[in-house]
Design a protein around this ligand. Sequence first.
Ligand code: ADP
Ligand code: ZN
Length: 742
Amino acid sequence: MIAKVITDISLDREFDYLVPPELENLIRTGSAVTVPFGRSSRTGYVLSTADKSSYDQSKLKYLSGIARDRAAIPGNLIKLGKWIAEYYCASQEHAIRTLLPAAVRSGKVKEKTCRLYSVSDRAEAEKYIIEHASESRLAKRVKLLQMVLRKGEGAKADFATENDFSASAFDALVKSGLIQMREVAAASGFDESMEALPDTPLVPTADQKKALEQISEMLEGKTSSHVQLLYGTTNSGKTEVYLQAISKVLAAGKSAIVLVPEISLTPQTVRRFRARFGSKLSVLHSRLSDRERFDEWNKINSGKVQIAIGARSALFAPFDNLGLIVVDEEHDSSYKQSESPRYHARDVAVVRGKLEKACVILGSATPAAESLYNAQQGKFLLCRMAAQVDNKPAPVIRIVDRRLDAAPEEGMSNLLSPILIHAVEERLERGEQAILFLNRRGYARTLCCPQCGFEARCPECSVNYNYTYSRSREVLSCHLCGNVIPAPHACPECGFQEIRYFGSGTEKLESCARGIFSGARIGRMDSDMMRSAEDYEVVLDKFRRGKLDILVGTQMIAKGLHFPGVTLVGVVNADLGLSMPDFRAQERTFQMLTQVAGRAGRGERRGEVIFQTSRDSDVLKFAAELDFDGFSKFDMEFREMLNYPPFTRLIAIFFKGEDEMKVANYAEEFAAKLQPYQHDNIRITAPAPAPVEKIRNQFRYMMIVRGTGLKNIREAIRVLALHHPAPNGVSVAVDVDAQHLM
Ligand code: ADP
Ligand code: ZN
């Protein structure tokens, strides 16, 4: 018997080994094995077994044994991994690696705590960066510090994925106190302690009944598709449908996976599942310790639990009798992984369902264009739930055109229109709460000299307005690379004293609100303010308990939070996202606006929402009507006209490196090699600088392949990217079904 084995450093190649006769009954697809490799020995996984090898069998070596310290991967997951590697143009070892949590893969399990690192003091860190920016001796530390500033709190593993990571520099920063470590009990910030009282299924509404009937048919294999798109308005009772569908699956002796966006994997969500299913449920939260993750994985693998709930990676829960996968908020962009393999959990869920004869429910109030299209084409079943369970009136949404405002009085900031100011004042008088939302942090976006026209830009990155000015800390920081410089008080070019800051962020919004609403208690929530999950909880808790009147924030406050006291939401720049050079800009703006609007009027009183804008936009009009059908029709027409997904498939290929000529040349060369695969239904756009041309001194080029029948060209791209090394200093990233074209 021959085993085809992939090791951690296989470079997308499987190697054939002979299986010793005494192991033949033990070795199967997914087994963890040790193999001789050159002069050393390595651990790997068996991708498949065969009777014969295509190599000269007399030259093959025997594998040494089964790796006892590692878990085997269920064979069905290996199949899924292979599909991921092929479809997403990723290497097989990357794909296989995503199937298992690190602790299970390495067999190393550490203590029951997890260590989280963050910058101890933002101002100190920025001072360090500014002072040592030009010392090559400390270059690594400066880069690391910038990275930690940019990413916020995380485990070491979260940082180690970055290119510039250096373990010794990291440790030095921890030692010097610039980076702090806190050891938290694993799964902290995740309070499940509140005993979930067992609860029983609710009597389904008419809509829920319809949905559940379709699901029953689907589970019995009587429908034309194994996927249901559950397009249900917020509060239409989707979650109750998931719960009852899962009960059916369990009753049939099968298991279920529930995927939720990381940000909505809150104790409230989990409590609802826990209350219904108790100890049958495994929660795969990002803050689990290695030990807990290892334990949960084994509970699933050994059949001790029947349901797994978690973010993206919970999709790989090792059930071997899967009956159902639920993908909640299926439109959420966090389902796409940004590193290789760049897979989309929703799409892979559909594939896993197909491979394992399980059904899939995709739930959303604002389905992705791709999913709606699949439903229209008959590939998915469609189920609409339009009625809200509680019949709470929708908020009143108004669009305020800033161009019609009277000029603001001398010295008054014009971030808030008189209408919005008046609405906030009303809330303050009535003792109600308001949220002011602006999707940009910081004080200002750009620094200009009115005399010579100088504009400050991060020298390592190319985009305009990438600097964020923080007035409280007197620095400019780049949101792309984390670079920090002291904020100049005079123009660095001509010395003019009255240099000006333009554009505004949440920091300015906060100070502006303090000026206008004197006496109000105001809090701010954005990634500048929030160092850790605890800071986040403190502000939210204060707001929830009514200790704050106004909450100012970025998109962090948009998702899923429930504040009964909020009766007003003001979106300061509702049209902000529309100018992004990306065909999904409209979709994202619509989703963001309706989500934010949903924060108003969750309690007794009807909510009010104000969208401030300085342009006319159909997207805003549809959002103000909460008219998803109207928006979707409009957006689909636009995408069809320009031939974008879902009407076509799209692969983005990014090239980057420090030497722009080299990057450009290699991109051209790569494109030329794809020419033979071009056919009538494929369009290849010539490589060109990406909209974000440069990040941390790396030039970025992008080319896009669009069309139908991409299989052959995708395979060619995969081989070129993985098996034809790019010149030194150039790297290639392939993003199949890319969600961001920046
Ligand atoms: P969605 O997931 O679509 O936003 P939920 O399932 O969370 O909706 O339901 C919204 C609210 O309505 C919840 O508080 C839930 O407990 C309640 N609810 C859902 N279905 C029913 C039902 N059949 N009868 C009574 N209340 C229900
Ligand atoms: Zn930068």
